[in-house]
Write a protein that binds this ligand. Structure first.
Ligand code: COA
Length: 260
């Protein structure tokens, strides 16, 4: 197992928890954190014991307060473009073959909000705060914010957040559909892990196909998406997990999915 300087990686049964660990900088994403995050996901991709990944931030104050602004000074346009495209953490999360849940424990801003948006499900503490404040720095979101936020909450709400740079609270984020669940801070870990473990009991093959099918909805037109869904649905019929799931239902017992 690799060791990382800017994040913690723990395996809790079938759930792996990645904690961005720069609390003194509100877990801002510097170049090293992005690279380590992508490397940690690469490690977890091949690990059959891990079925669901949770991403969170260290400390009580922040999930991730954005890109590390101190790295912006003096950068050229070309080098900044390279940072955003090479081994993009956001794309690594988005295309990761297992479900990824954001456990949002505080400030979720800029690149932090984009990281959460790249995840499949977002669980927020009541104390979380959300925003795309890039406009206040004279820049715009560059980690997918203009695209993923718009797809999730619609153009009007995304425009408002991106053009004003305003912060909103967790309840507001929930009302917009930006987060799936808001829970008291003291319950955040337990509720998120409960959800993660519930998903981890499903067939890993079916989870993978389901994630890919849902992701296709934002990328393809309806006819292409429906064709892709049928192909992925049919693929699940080649799995031992499908035989086990059907047999378990007929035998009135809980299925034991092996991921094959
Ligand atoms: N990049 C680099 N450092 C950051 C950071 C970021 N995105 N966000 C916070 N920090 C650092 C602060 O500079 C400070 O470091 P210091 O103690 O060495 O001075 C430390 O984290 C604590 O933050 P601080 O600003 O003192 O906390 P606060 O409670 O007063 O304010 C925020 C919290 C989130 C409102 C404020 O930190 C903030 O606006 N951060 C930037 C958010 C942003 O614009 N993100 C998008 C970047 S593109």
């Amino acid at each position: 197992m690799a060791s990382y300087e800017t994040l913690l990686l723990e395996r809790r049964g079938r759930v792996a928890v990645i904690t961005i660990n720069r609390p003194q900088k509100l877990n801002a994403l510097n170049i090293q954190t992005r690279a380590e995050g992508a490397a940690a996901l690469e490690e977890l991709r091949e690990d059959e014991s891990v079925r669901v990944v949770v991403i969170t931030g260290a400390g009580e104050k922040a999930f991730v307060a954005g890109a590390d602004i101190s790295e912006f000074e003096g950068r050229t346009a070309v080098s900044q473009r390279d940072v955003m495209t090479a081994r993009s953490l956001f794309t690594a999360v988005d295309t990761f073959p297992k479900p990824v849940i954001a456990m949002i424990n505080g400030f979720c801003l800029g690149g932090g909000c984009e990281l959460a948006l790249s995840c499949d499900i977002r669980v927020a503490s009541e104390t979380a705060r959300f925003g795309q404040p890039e406009i206040n720095l004279g820049i715009i979101p560059g980690g997918g914010g203009t695209q993923r936020l718009t797809r999730l909450v619609g153009e009007g709400k995304a425009m408002e957040l991106i053009l004003t740079g305003d912060m909103i609270d967790a309840q507001h984020a929930y009302n917009l559909g930006l987060v799936n669940l808001v829970v008291p801070a003291s319950d955040l870990e337990a509720k998120t892990l409960e959800l993660a473990n519930r998903i981890a009991e499903k067939s890993p093959v079916a989870l993978r196909m389901a994630k890919e099918a849902v992701k296709t909805a934002a990328r393809a037109n309806l006819d292409e998406g429906l064709r892709r869904e049928i192909d992925l649905f049919a693929l699940t019929f080649s799995s031992e997990d499908k035989d086990e799931g059907v047999r378990a239902f007929l035998e009135k017992r809980k299925p034991d999915f092996k991921g094959r």
